[in-house]
Each structure stands twice: as C-alpha cells, then as structure tokens.
Write a protein that binds this ligand. Structure first.
Ligand code: NAG
Ligand code: NAG
Length: 330
C-alpha cells in the first residue's frame, strides 16, 4: 500500500516532466510564430526614407562634381536597384539663392528671400522624384498618391565628394513660399478633392489645400506630393512614371494585416499556454489532495517530501505489493 504512495509520487514526477515537455513545445512554437515577423518586415524596403536621402545625396553630388557649374541642374545616374527614381543636383551661391531665387528647378519654383541655416557660401539643392517608389518610402494608409513624391533638400556645397552630409535648413516666408507645380497629376475620383501632403525630415506629415494650377506651396525643405483619400479602390493614375498607387498601398496594407494577425496569433498562443499551465497545475494539486484524503481515510500519517516544485506524501518501505499505476490515472 505504501508503495502505491510512492507510485503517486512518481506519477507527480512524470506529470511535471510532461508539463516541461509541453511548455518546451509551446515556447518553440511561439518562437516560430515570432520568427515570422522579421521575415515579413523584409518585404518592406530594406532602407528607410532617411537612408535613401543619404544615398541620393551621394549620387547627386557625384553628378555635379564632374562639371560644377552653378545654377544648372545635373541629373544623376542611379544604379539599377534604384530604377524608377530620378535625382538631380544644382549648385548655387547662397547669395544668389537669396537675391534671385531659382525660377524653375524641375517642378520647384524657389522665390527670392530663401535663407539657409547654418550659413554656407555655396549650397547644393538635391531634387528627388521617387516615382513608383513613392508609397514604399512614404506610405500613407487611407490615401492614394496622385503624383510621385518629390523631394527638395539643401546641403553644404563646399565639398562635392562629401557623403552623409546633414541637410541645411532652408526657409521661405509664408507669403512668398516655394511652389511645386505637379505635372501629369492623376485625376481624383468624383467628389474627392486632392490635397497637398508634406513630409518634413523628422517624419511628420502635414496636409494642405491645393493651389490653382496643380500646385502646392512650401516654406521649408522636405518631400511633397498630392494625395486623395481612398475609402474604396483608388483610381489608376495617368502619369507615366507613377505606378498605380493603390497596388503599392494595398500591398502595404496586407503586410500590416499579416503582422497584426501574427501578433494576435502569438497572444492567443500565450493565453492558451497560460490556461494549459493552470489546468495541469490544478490537476496535479487535485491528485495530491485525493491522495492525502486517501491516506487520511486509512489513518496513515505520511511524511511529505519535495519533488521538483511540489510536495508529495512519501513513505520509506514496501509493505504491500505494488499496484499498476493505470488504475489511478483518471
Ligand atoms: C544597390 O546596388 C549597389 C551595388 O550596385 C549596392 O551597393 C547598394 O547597396 C544597393 N542599394 C540598395 C538600396 O539596395
Ligand atoms: C519601379 O519601376 C522600375 C522599372 O522602371 C523597377 O525596376 C522597380 O523595381 C520598381 N520599383 C518598385 C518599388 O516597384
């Protein structure tokens, strides 16, 4: 009979081992689910919008370094893995920018009176047209792009072989702002008015009304485009370089969904794990109580011994023949 007691204790041990095995399996599967997340992230552009700025600054300076004539735009050649993006550079004396502005630099019109901070003698204005990469680098959930994202960034133009340059702050006054005249703007769906969107270099987004002539105004550097709210499938743009923004935005949206779903799955798995632990624990404790009662019924006092994390009744010798464990497994 006392051997039976030990049989119970052994059963506890076996149970604990089973819990450990089960939790190991659970933890491994949880890790598998979490392991998917970086994989999903890899579908997004491998580099951030700010690293793209740094890369494009490098290529733009490379284009201008060959014939550094001031006041002329030079188009940069980009590697094939950036095809679809256009970059140019224009070098200016800062005095000339302030007193004359730039009548036309691609889509940008820079008025007189624009100042840079800190002051430099020569600066380089880098122009970017992100083309079909616009919504990858500047995703705007709930909106569709009617034009590519255009960038205008200012750098110190003293050393044309410099990379990783910080941008200079350029500011125009609000009554004489920089104008961006978008070409080949896609038509917006009926009843929805297109909006100007501005991304500053710190990641914040501002919306503004459009001016007449498909233009937007700006008082500082950054990235600019035209968007329309997209509650339903958005229209296909007519612009040559611009891809259907809906497709890119949709891809982005589904990626977000997959990430959210995996997170949800992970949480459900965690909850199930917790429930399983609770259930097993209760089962073992129930069994212990049962076994105590059983011992008490027979007026036996049993020593308890700690096995693993649980206490179990324990006896020293065998006085009766052992009985198969199976009888006690519910
Ligand atoms: C593009 O390819 C060049 C090599 O031609 C490589 O150095 C660079 O890291 C790649 N850039 C991106 C954004 O993948
Ligand atoms: C943009 O189009 C070019 C071809 O013009 C292609 O090589 C590139 O992969 C496209 N980029 C994106 C983000 O779709």
């Amino acid at each position: 009979m006392l051997f039976r007691m030990r049989g119970f204790a052994e059963l506890d041990c076996a149970d604990e081992m089973r819990i450990e095995q089960t939790s190991l399996v659970m933890v491994v599967s949880l890790l598998c689910v979490l392991g998917w997340l970086p994989l999903l992230n890899a579908q997004l552009p491998g580099i951030s919008a700010r690293s793209l700025d740094a890369i494009l600054q490098d290529y733009a300076f490379g284009a201008i370094a060959v014939r550094p004539k001031t006041g002329l735009p030079y188009d940069a050649r980009l590697p094939s893995n950036l095809s679809g993006i256009a970059v140019s550079a224009m070098r200016l004396r800062s005095g000339s920018l302030r007193t004359r502005g730039v009548t036309s630099y691609k889509e940008f019109q820079i008025p007189i009176g624009v100042l840079e901070q800190p002051y430099v003698e020569r600066l380089v204005l880098v122009y970017q047209n992100l083309g079909n990469w616009s919504s990858s680098f500047y995703p705007l959930p709930g909106f569709s792009y009617l034009a590519p994202v255009l960038g205008l960034l200012a750098y110190n133009g003293t050393d044309l072989s410099a990379s990783n340059l910080p941008e200079l702050d350029i500011t125009a006054s609000s009554h004489k702002p920089i104008l961006i005249k978008f070409l080949n703007l896609s038509s917006s769906p009926d009843g929805l008015s297109p909006k100007c969107v501005f991304f500053d270099l710190h990641g914040s987004v501002q919306f503004d009304n459009m001016l007449s002539g498909d233009a937007c105004s700006a008082t500082q550097q950054g990235h600019f485009s035209v968007v329309v709210e997209s509650p339903a499938p958005s229209p296909a743009p007519s612009g040559g370089e611009v891809p259907p923004p809906a497709t890119a935005a949709g891809k982005r949206k589904s990626t977000v969904w997959i990430v959210l779903a995996s997170l949800g799955g992970g949480l459900v798995l965690l909850a199930m794990l917790a429930l399983l632990f609770k259930w097993l624990r209760r089962r073992i404790q129930g069994k212990k109580v049962q076994q105590m009662e059983w011992a008490a019924d027979r007026g036996q006092t049993l020593q308890t011994k700690t096995i693993g994390n649980s206490k179990a009744p324990f006896a020293m010798g065998t006085r009766t023949r052992p009985v198969l464990e199976n009888e006690y497994v519910p």
